[in-house]
Ligand binder design. Structure first.
Ligand code: HEC
Length: 131
């Protein structure tokens, strides 16, 4: 009895795996609406992107690697709790810390081509102040 049950489970297991894998398969495009809705309900630092295309590419090239995941305790993009204490320093201090670096935060956030205006816009975006 118990042997049979175990045996049946063992044969069903690979089938279940196949179904699970296929279930993850569908292209992301079918999920776009759902993802956007989730993002607006609770912004996810990983999927959050600046709406301006130029800023978006600077963000992806330079800041995204650390600030989307919070690596080395970088404040996560759009995360109010992470940014609240930093915003209290004021934009001028945040800007100068971005340009000069701060602990594990590299000078200029590794964006050597970014202008001061770019940094301001990136900080506004990162700290969730845009839109
Ligand atoms: C190599 C990882 C890394 C990259 C790349 C990076 N950051 Fe950071 N950033 C950090 C870390 C870590 C901190 C937290 C530093 C601390 O408070 O010790 C931080 C903090 C900050 C702060 C808050 C500074 C403060 O005074 O509290 C700002 C603003 C910031 N980053 C902007 C940016 C921008 C803009 C970019 C892209 C141009 C960028 N960062 C790229 C790791 C990174």
């Amino acid at each position: 009895m118990s042997f049979n049950a175990t045996h049946r489970f063992a044969t069903l297991l690979p089938l279940g795996l196949v179904i699970a894998l296929v279930g993850c398969g569908p292209s992301p495009s079918t999920n776009t609406t759902a993802t956007t809705e989730t993002a607006s309900a609770a912004p996810s630092s990983r999927s959050l992107m600046p709406s301006d295309p130029a800023l978006k590419s600077l963000y992806i090239q330079s800041c995204y690697g650390c600030h989307s995941t919070g690596v080395a305790s970088a404040p996560r993009s759009g995360n109010q709790a992470d940014w609240a204490p930093r915003l209290q320093k004021g934009m001028d201090v945040l800007l100068s810390n971005t340009i000069n670096g701060l602990n594990s935060m590299p000078p200029k956030g590794m964006c050597m081509g970014c202008s001061e205006e770019d940094f301001r816009n990136l900080i506004v975006f990162l700290s969730g102040q845009s839109e």
